[in-house]
Ligand binder design. Sequence first.
Ligand SMILES: NC(=O)c1ccc[n+]([C@@H]2O[C@H](COP(=O)([O-])OP(=O)(O)OC[C@H]3O[C@@H](n4cnc5c(N)ncnc54)[C@H](O)[C@@H]3O)[C@@H](O)[C@H]2O)c1
Ligand SMILES: O=c1ccn([C@@H]2O[C@H](COP(=O)(O)OP(=O)(O)O[C@H]3O[C@H](CO)[C@H](O)[C@H](O)[C@H]3O)[C@@H](O)[C@H]2O)c(=O)[nH]1
Length: 336
Amino acid sequence: MTVLVTGGAGYIGSHMVLALRDAGEPVVVLDNLSTGFREAVPADVPLVIGDVGDNALLMRTLGQHGIDAVAHFAARIVAPESVRDPLGYYAANTLRTHGLLETLVAANVKRFIFSSTAAVYGMAPPTPTPESAPCDPASPYGASKAMSERILRDVGAAYGMSYVVLRYFNVAGADAAMRAGQRSPAASNLITLAVRAALGIGPKLQIMGTDLPTPDGTGVRDYIHVSDLADAHVAALRHLREDRGSLTLNCGYGHGYSVREVVDAVNRVTGKPLPVVEGPRREGDPYVSIADATLIRAKLGWKPSRDNIDLVVDHALRWERMLRGERMPMIEKRRA
Ligand SMILES: NC(=O)c1ccc[n+]([C@@H]2O[C@H](COP(=O)([O-])OP(=O)(O)OC[C@H]3O[C@@H](n4cnc5c(N)ncnc54)[C@H](O)[C@@H]3O)[C@@H](O)[C@H]2O)c1
Ligand SMILES: O=c1ccn([C@@H]2O[C@H](COP(=O)(O)OP(=O)(O)O[C@H]3O[C@H](CO)[C@H](O)[C@H](O)[C@H]3O)[C@@H](O)[C@H]2O)c(=O)[nH]1
């Protein structure tokens, strides 16, 4: 029984590959390396380079490796870009998920874990946000995921596929042993930008809005450590293998930090003040995004062990240093 991880050469998928490998689960990665990195996949994990939309390749991969479950991470993920290129996003995310599900139904693969996002809830959901809150995505990116969720629900009902949809809040940090982390130079999430600024390898951090209706005027987010998120996927896999039914679950800690609180954490971890520039609000940014994270604990027995903003920042910072050659990674490097 092998797990296929689409997008396993990307930031979150590579942590899932490590979590599965650490749990002794055979795993295969399918990735087109559009935003992923060959070296993010450990040398002893088969890497199939190709597009998730290539049905013939998928069918071959499923058969060759005896796949019984798929964790589908492969996607385009930049919400503002999706506003400029909605057709590209619906094709990359919704249509490719449809095609993947079609192939899995034909191949009789009946376990599916889907990477969804808090962006399905839109601009002003109740906070903390339960899974039952209405989906009202503000961007084509969020809509492409919400549509995929809907397709999955119908496929599950019609063809007996069991699935776990995981709606991630704000993912951050890196593997504690520095085997994986955010490799993309284009990453635009707050914690990556803050630690890169602290190390002088990125521009000064701009606080996007200081007059929001939040306690200190800056945006509040529920930051989840990427390895806790990977553990949630492993728990989801166990749930599916035990035939305990389909689920849609938030992935977050259930509490949030403002941008200023994240900057404070960076200051504590580095021991020196991070210079920041105060700028205007970013269009389309929710003020607050916090998960109601009760259901995932109840349904999967998931217990995060890294719910500590200083730890999240420390791992992100150490990873950036390591990437710049200050420390060697602890996994054997895949030969290019
Ligand atoms: N990063 C976040 O904060 C966040 C938040 C919510 C949800 N998500 C979801 O998590 C998933 C992973 O995100 P990430 O941050 O690791 O992004 P990423 O860009 O690092 O990883 C995506 C991976 O998928 C691959 N890929 C993309 N399109 C493909 C295709 N058509 N065929 C094969 N491979 C393809 C890329 O090469 C890359 O390795 C995505 O589905 C994203 O929507 C991410
Ligand atoms: O340079 C920056 C970058 C971000 N922020 C602020 O930091 C907070 C977090 O912003 P991110 O860009 O890190 O994350 P978002 O909440 O905007 O979005 C992320 O989480 C969403 C889920 O809620 C989606 O999945 C989305 O794709 C993913 O990037 C926001 O208040 C934002 O305004 C800044 O002040 N300066």
